[in-house]
Design a binder for this molecule. Sequence first.
Ligand code: BMA
Length: 799
Amino acid sequence: MHRMYEFDIKDIVKEKGNKLTVLFHSPTRYIKEAVEKDYVDGSSDAMPGFPHIRKTHSSFGWDWGAHLPDAGIYRPVYLIGSGSVRLESVQILQKHITVKNSVSDKKAVKSSGRNTKTSNKNNINESTNVKISFKPELLINSTDLSDLESALSKLTYDVKITDPDGRELRSKETKLFPSSGRNKSSDKKPAIDAFALKMSGIESADGLVGVRVRTLENSISITIEDAKIWWPRGYGQQPLYDVEVTLYEDGQKIDSWTKRIGLRTVDLNLKKGRKAADFAIRVNGTPIFAMGADYIPEDHLLGRVNPATTRSLLEKAAFANHNCVRVWGGGYYPEDWFYDICDELGLLVWQDMMFACAVYHLTEKFENNIKEEFRQNLRRLRHHASLGLICGNNEMEMFVDRGVWVHSKEEVRDYTIMYERIIPSMLTDIAPQVSYWPSSPSSGGAFDDPGSETRGDQHYWDVWHGDKPFTEYRKFRFRFLSEFGFQSFPLRKTIDLITDDENDRNIFSYVMERHQRNGAANGKIMNYMQQTYRYPSDFDTLLYASHMLQADGIRLGIEHFRRYRGECMGAVVWQLNDCWPVASWSSIDYAGRLKALHYAEKRAFAPLMISCEENGRINCGKAVNEYPKDFEKSIRLNVANESMEDRVVTAIWELRNANGTAVSKSEVSCPVSGTKKITVPALTSVWLDKVDMEGVDEFSQYVSYHLLDENGIEISGGSVIFSLPKYFKYEDPKLELEASADTITITSSAYARGVEILNDNEDIILSDNYFDMDKGTKTIKVISGSCDNLRLRSVYDIK
Ligand code: BMA
């Protein structure tokens, strides 16, 4: 499933009446028989033996997926006609050169406003020249190596680049192998890297059907001056250049290769040092704070996935201010269109290779198969602007280190060979400019503390799997969190797809429990629920409470990690999407409906974001009844700026009563408001002073905080209470709305937490939703969906 197969049909194809027959064998029978012969272990959520077949692991069952390995031809079948030479691929390498011009220089002034950066200090304009080199990779349909030289000597190629404004740049037609081709003993480097290729599925006498050649020298290079540089979204634009490489034989065009590329550099910043993140994705030399989510297969039935479904999903990720997406290793290598869309949207891709939660036996057959899988996929993906890094697998360094699913020394050895030898060495050869990370999580490999908080990436699951409270996130400053999450249910309309009647619409019903794949996790949701909210008295309220629970918990984490930007450089939420209607960690349910979490991410991932680290009695449990009963009440605001510009902003907070009125100084013994204008330098976060809130009534007073931009417009905000939402004495906010064609205005007569606005079909997309509001009005934009029969709800209604 993870690779292509080619079959030579020259000798069997007829002029007419050809028929292509595809016979599907049962994957479930296959893995059952295979694991009986050769036992390999892996996640018990999946059917035993799943590591034996190179097929989407999660389709055999996962903690969010059914046991439903679909079958079919899920990618196109091509009939390829070619002569003896084919242009299979082109290796593209980029070299970025910064050019400094004084601003008095006319040329520099002229080019400013494009990609030029002006430094005020010394009046220097910077622009970037990018030298791109193209190394064609050919497939020669011949095994006669003596013929190779003469075949190659007839070949020439040229390159055309079309810039984002439609201007063309063309190279000269250049000989592919100007030297004699064969390595002369005097040559320092070989001119031709030729090796025999065995094509799978073809039973010829010696199995040899062709050779692959790639020029190591003499590649065409084109330098683009004052290049338009690609950035992840939030940091700059996503200009894309079209490239076309054409191959000629004796001057006749015989093949061509066209792709879209972006001009950028991406690598991993592994620098150590005090406060320096030792793990960050660096784009164009700038370490970025990765904000995004983990992508799983879009559907159990892959035939339903198409460019439109993927675009709609990824646009929703971009809508929530994601700049990054991790393609999780238990699925499949997405289609080209996935990466094309990521290139356009500026979503940096963390690409796992397709290995997850399983041990593999590196037999010769398996090794040959996965090597071909790597070769094909690395070649397919390497030119994409959005490709951030390649990662060996999901969670297996950690599990092998802990001895989970490992039953022999050979399995540990095979781990090391696969992820620390084969993949990195193939990557160096095939895509030398793409960074490699051995596993997720990892501290760099060799089983050297893959769970480290202070090195590499981390999956943090003590919240959820470990039943720890959400505030536990605040105890850590992970370098890069590539997974953390919390479950909720799909939206009600999506649940209607899988339930027949009211009898089914109970989270402990037979059908709802089949659509919960993580053990008894409906009980787990209820456990966190009782810690946080009042007992929801009906099914719909329970769904809403589950959404608020998930949104609040993950928001708390994201805000905390962004406050420690520099030490922490990534918050990637498990998970973005679902593959069927299921209770899961996703922020977008199977039908594409946005959960409250998705809006919470939109706010918490906003380039400029104000957050509040509150102290109060915000954890539930035994401790509440224990001595000492004193607890701190305080707030500390923070503004994070994940943009390339310094910003002058104003942070405002005020203490309010549940009824929405501002608390007056005479009412309490602590400060009741604050306003501060601050400069938040680009790519930093800035703390404001801590304010002692001793004296606040934690059951009926709350702090509302806002961030205003240079023009006094509110760009971020929220509220905190000093107790648990279930204990707060909300007053009825008497929410009302007024909808026009593209805006909705909500009026509240008291503090309202988690204001939800939904239409009949629950598919409306708004500029904001599930937000907190003070007494007053708030106007939001309608992005899509009908405004008919809108309804409102808030945490006040959880009862
Ligand atoms: C992570 C993932 C998945 C899993 C998720 C939720 O470990 O890598 O394997 O679905 O947690 O448990």
